[in-house]
Design a protein around this ligand. Sequence first.
Ligand code: F6P
Length: 375
Amino acid sequence: MPKAFRVGVLTGGGDAPGLNAVIRAVTKSLILQHNAEVVGIEDGFQGLIEQDVRPLTYRDVSGILTRGGTILGTSNKANPFSYHRRGGADVSAEVLHFIHDLGLDALVVIGGDGSMSISHGLYERGVPIVGVPKTIDNDIVGTDRTFGFDTAVSIATEAIDRLHTTAQSHNRVMIVETMGRYAGWIALYAGVAGGADVILIPEIDFDLEAIARVCREREDGGQRFTIVAVAEGARPQGGEMVVAKRVEDSPDPIRLGGIGRFLEAELRTRVQSEVRTTILGHMQRGGTPTAYDRNLATCFGAYAAAMVAGGQFGRMVALQDGHFTSVDLASVANRTRTVPLDAPMVATALAVGTSFGVSDFDRRLNPTAPVPGVV
Ligand code: F6P
């Protein structure tokens, strides 16, 4: 039976648990349902530029559902419109030729906002692309969830649980710093799940004195420990986000990190208890995906395969209100989905007495009001 069509698959940007589950689902579904031939592109867009590809067979993707990382490799630097290895040159024309030479009828890009922006650019130049939203940060516009987020939240929650018992034993203020870039989803969801007393997110600039007050009230009230979940992008009122380093050849050179230590130094002078910080870092991105992420990734992958077969290009798979759908890549490119201040999970946190590090904001919700459904 002749092959119906040829489809390339790549994973771009930072890795996230569930990438292999999507690769598996896209590949199996394309082979089984549509008799397609699948080509794996190595190391994200770099493979399209450096012409590094390999066939992906049914066998290649068997047994990878539970594996973290990506069997294809990834890069968060390779951008065909500004290629870091060639001094920022636009090599997109070469990429278009290579895609043509490979005989690809479609390209599935599994990636975050950066990869979706590149995908949109390539689509505008005629590449038939379907996007699949990936990131532990959950910050892609147009979808209620990205795969990887649930796993990151589970890891951060377990860390908070463990810090809880040691904080309790030593009467300490324990600060736990999560990833999430410019969005506070991981800190918010792990903070609520782990019962953090204070949750600090980039969407709400915090007041150091308000946080210290929470710690002191707990010290005075006999609960002599406090758990503070802080997103790496959180910042004090009138202050800046803490930048850990710059990766100059990356499309977004800023790497956040260090707000936990800043907070520790500031709180040390304001509270009696000892203050300690744990930075979770890449722990949140590694290892096997949760069952939720495996299922979401598998659904996304199968849906992407159906979109390819249906010729729905220039779009990204999305989850909206519990249904799988797709959104225009143009509506996703160069945008970030941050936590809305009226998000049900924010209201829930306030309702159970969690502080967001701003006294006025903490008092805004009537604690006796019914809590709306959780996203
Ligand atoms: O976007 C995912 C993410 O893990 C962010 O939460 C974090 O800020 C960033 O990537 C870290 O990037 P890198 O792996 O390049 O240090």
